[in-house]
Write a protein that binds this ligand. Structure first.
Ligand code: EPZ
Length: 420
């Protein structure tokens, strides 16, 4: 198992390229199950999560070819059962449910297990499939679904914490082959949902309203193969911008989509950092003393929950009192206990984190608990005095392509070491 050692105090500068989006690639790869014909997907990031998804597709009978960032999937024949051992390693495997139900009129997929970031039920996904006419049973840890024929319906997918991203993806992927028209109200409007809708429309689907809370999907008899470029990863973009803010003097993130991360660049601007954008790049630089912030996570286009941990790392050394409210996963604060080990001054009050900026952090051995928490620990380590030793870095490899090498290109002193 690897560890990452971050030697703090080295300023970052220069340009760094963004990879394709993990949270777009996963549902798009699952959507290739909807046709017998080959689908060619470009800019698929090399991550353990995308590799898991390809293994699941192969387990379900698809042929998969990969040449660096381009993946070709041909799902000529598909079996509709994805057992625990195949899907247990990644929650996002749940998004094969919709394509299997649409393609095979039945599906048996293991229910996703627990998650450290909080309670993550899939009741809204199942509500959507039932509304489309599927009989849904949860037994023996599996979701079992059957339908003689999916039929279009009006479905509201808004839950207690707002819309659901993968729920919208899943129901949309089922509805594209249903008889008649489906209307999804309370749909998620994330750029990754739009990218999936774009890919499905290239396959011959008829989806309107992507990017709004109301999707109209006119079912078609069958879909054909398609070719698609995955959008840039906005959370990776945001993570590098926070790295540039935390200890940089001029970091430019290229091959990015500035409008997808506006809520983060606005927050960094409010905290006193300089932000300059072009069509496909964003530069962050210091502009005198930084300021504390009050921010709350929201569904898109609000401030993303997947950037909350990284911002906590930044605010932990920003003079003054900041307040962060986590509205999507209220318990998503595993990183704070580790930041405290580095000397941060933080209090958790329900879904709120009250952060009193300290002058400096000190390097320490810390433990990664989930993907974004581990990124936050790397960022804190860049700023801290001494060496921060991060264990369980497999969490980082789930969602960041070569993070340590990329930060090294910006001047970070960061190394990966093998441990027994
Ligand atoms: C997606 O997860 C992302 N994952 C998450 O990113 C991200 O944090 C999340 O959306 C929110 O933006 C992928 O795209 C692979 P949700 P998803 O359903 O779709 C509740 C990362 O770091 N809910 O939008 O699983 C749920 O508990 C990951 O890359 C229900 O109550 O999240 C949460 O409070 C972590 N019932 C809220 O809705 C449901 O059926 C939003 O969750 C579904 C969700």
């Amino acid at each position: 198992m690897d560890k990452i050692l971050v030697h703090g105090g080295y300023p970052l500068s220069g340009k760094i390229k963004v990879s394709g989006s993990k949270n777009s690639a996963l549902p798009i790869l699952a959507a290739t199950l909807l046709t017998r014909e080959p689908c060619v997907v470009h800019r698929v990031p090399d991550l353990s999560d995308t590799n898991y998804m390809l293994q699941i597709l192969m387990y379900l009978g698809a042929q998969v070819e990969r040449a660096s960032g381009t993946v070709t999937v041909t799902a000529e024949k598909v079996n509709s059962v994805a057992p625990y051992d195949v899907v247990r390693r990644m929650r996002a495997s749940v998004c094969v449910l919709g394509p299997l139900l649409a393609r095979c009129n039945e599906a048996t997929v293991s229910l996703p297990g627990g998650c450290v970031i909080g309670d993550r039920p899939i009741d809204l996904h199942l509500k959507g499939f039932e509304a489309l006419g599927a009989a849904v049973r949860v037994e023996g840890g599996n979701v079992k679904m059957f339908t003689p024929r999916l039929k279009g319906a009006i479905i509201n997918l808004r839950g207690k914490f707002g819309p659901t991203v993968l729920g919208t993806d899943n129901v949309m992927m089922a509805a594209v082959l249903a008889e008649g028209t489906t209307v999804i109200e309370g749909a998620a409007a994330e750029p990754e949902v739009c990218d999936l809708a774009d890919f499905l429309n290239k396959m011959g689907a008829r989806i309107e309203g992507a990017g709004t809370s109301r999707l109209i999907i006119e079912g078609v008899k069958e879909l054909h193969g398609a070719e698609h470029d995955i959008i840039p990863d906005r959370i990776e973009t945001g993570t590098f911008l926070v790295a540039g803010a935390i200890c940089g003097n001029g970091v430019t993130v290229t091959r990015a989509e500035p409008k997808h991360i506006e809520s983060v660049t606005t927050a960094l601007g409010n905290a006193g950092y300089n932000i300059q954008t072009t069509k496909d790049s964003i530069t962050v630089s210091r502009n005198g003393a930084s300021k504390p912030l009050e921010l709350g996570t929201e569904p898109y286009p609000g401030f993303p929950t997947d950037m909350q941990a990284q911002m906590c790392a930044l605010l932990s050394t920003t003079d003054g009192m900041s307040v962060v409210t986590e509205n999507i996963f209220p318990q998503r604060y595993m990183h704070l206990a580790e930041l405290k080990r580095m000397g941060a001054h933080v209090q958790i009050e329900g879904p709120r984190a009250v952060i009193h900026g300290v002058e400096k952090l000190l390097g320490a051995p810390v433990m990664a608990s989930d993907l974004r928490a581990s990124a936050a620990l790397v960022l804190a380590g860049l700023k801290a005095e001494g060496v921060t030793e991060i264990s369980r870095v497999y969490h980082i490899d789930r969602g960041y392509e070569h993070l340590d090498e990329k930060l090294g290109e910006l001047g970070a002193h960061i190394e990966r070491v093998k441990t027994k």
